[in-house]
Design a protein. Structure first.
Length: 461
């Protein structure tokens, strides 16, 4: 079954539909892989393999529930982030306050993907209530980056990205508020899509800013598109031709980008027929930080008041920052967001997509002060805050490594050996390098076009 784990999700689903492999066999293969990688990676907060095997047997005996759906997954094992309910499992949000809260029913999003043939094998780690820049929680500890356990896997969907990057599952559910899918995907060398708000309903809702969205992470663009279609609940329309592409490596000089990341991304887009361009950005990131602070206090202020230091320092700091925002600054941030949405609409009337690096620095060593230094994070963060401020979809793909060689060619599920004949599992992270992500962003509702451009970039690379 090791060879099955190396298939793409599209290939695995094809094999399932043909009867060349059964859902139960895939669950057993995933269970073995989890036993192998989880002691180091720690991507999952809970496994539900008995539940998964029961669902696999049901698929095999009762027939296909929605087999005519274009995104029928036919028994493909997946993970979900520990912010949505899976019947019979705790939903902790990464907080000890909810360690013993067990869901009696599944979230509608989980029910939807299961109707479409997904088999949930576990829930993935996150920082407490998705706060902070590293995936480390007081409930389940730190999730390691499968490429190099010495560096961060990002946050807050770090467990989701790591479960895919470790070759344990083909696809994972995550959430993205201001980069929480895209940054972990970029750090772990996977693909991650932040959809337009509202396309993938799920979770408890109540986001006062409509920032948080649910989306897929996977090994390649085609797999991401497959899982996105299952999550969104509709067949994706054919993509229109791409007319004009904009590229900006640093958003017009407003974002500091590591020299090596700049070089890698410039090389990745060298063959694109693209213009150097970006929408106007005056005050947009500062407005986003203001709105995120307001969001934190609105969602979690009462929780912090009730539980005090039982809540972790990262979330307490976010709530405190939100409470110190004067009303006039909050009003100005809202006006800036509205202005930026109009500016982005004008920009995407001229260009189909905007291509940028996903993040301005490579994964940092852990534990490290970077993740707790708001000023350092804020400097390189604007690359992922544009999408939530404008309500746009954005996708990250791995383009190379920040040291030497091609990370895409050296990931363990693609080949048994590297070009020199060494076993891939024995390649050191220094040789393989650290992942670099390239981000493709489009107008609201343009997921199909974003996916098309990403697939063309992936093919060229």
């Amino acid at each position: 079954m090791d060879s099955v784990l190396r298939l793409s999700a599209v290939e695995a689903v094809r094999a399932l539909k043909r009867g060349e492999v059964s859902p139960l066999e895939l669950v057993d293969a995933v269970a073995d892989r989890l036993d192998e990688v989880e002691p180091v990676v720690n991507a999952l907060v809970a496994r539900c393999l008995d539940r998964a095997r029961a669902n696999a047997r049901r698929l095999m005996s009762d027939g296909d529930v929605e087999a005519d759906h274009p995104a029928w997954l036919a028994g493909l094992p997946v993970t979900v982030k520990d912010v949505v309910d899976v019947a019979g499992l705790p939903t902790t949000f990464g907080s000890p306050l909810y360690r013993d809260r067990v869901a009696d029913r599944s979230d509608p999003l989980v029910a939807r993907i299961e109707r479409r043939g997904a088999i949930v094998v576990g829930k993935t780690n996150l920082p407490e209530f998705c706060s902070g820049a590293d995936t480390v929680s007081p409930v389940s500890g730190r999730t390691a980056n499968p490429v190099d356990p010495a560096v961060s896997c990002g946050a807050s969907s770090g467990g989701a990205a790591a479960s895919v990057a470790a070759g344990a599952v083909w696809c994972a559910h995550g959430t993205d508020t201001a980069g929480s899918i895209r940054i972990p995907a970029a750090f772990c060398g996977t693909v991650g899509l932040r959809p337009t708000p509202g396309l993938v309903p799920g979770g408890r809702g109540g986001d006062p800013l409509d920032f948080e969205v649910h989306g897929p992470l996977a090994r390649n663009v085609a797999d991401t598109e497959l899982f996105f279609a299952a999550m969104a609940g509709a067949e994706l329309p054919p993509a229109e031709p791409v007319r004009r592409v904009a590229v900006s490596l640093d958003l017009g000089g407003t974002v500091p980008v590591d020299d090596e990341i700049r070089r890698v991304c410039a090389r990745a887009v060298a063959d694109l027929k693209a213009d150097e361009a970006a929408p106007p950005l005056d005050g947009v990131h500062e407005a986003c930080l203001t709105l995120l602070g307001h969001r934190a206090q609105a969602l979690h202020g009462a929780r912090v008041d009730r539980w005090g230091e039982a809540i972790g320092p990262a979330l307490r700091a976010e709530v405190d920052a939100g409470r110190r925002i004067p009303p006039d600054r909050l009003d100005a941030a809202r006006r800036t967001r509205e202005w930026f949405r109009h500016a982005v609409a004008t920009f995407f009337a001229e260009y189909d997509v905007l291509v940028t690096p996903t993040f301005g620095v490579p994964p940092w060593p852990v534990p490290d002060g970077f993740a707790t230094d708001p000023a350092r994070i804020a400097a390189v963060w604007p690359l992922t805050t544009l999408a939530p401020m404008a309500g746009c979809p954005a996708l990250t793909i791995p383009v190379s490594s920040s040291r030497s060689g091609s990370l895409i060619e050296e990931l363990p599920w693609l080949s048994d050996t590297d070009k020199s004949g060494h076993d891939t599992h024995e390649i050191s992270s220094i040789t393989a390098g650290l992942p670099v992500g390239l981000q493709v962003m489009g107008a609201p509702g343009s997921e199909v076009r974003v996916l098309r451009v990403a697939r063309e970039l992936e093919g060229a690379l």
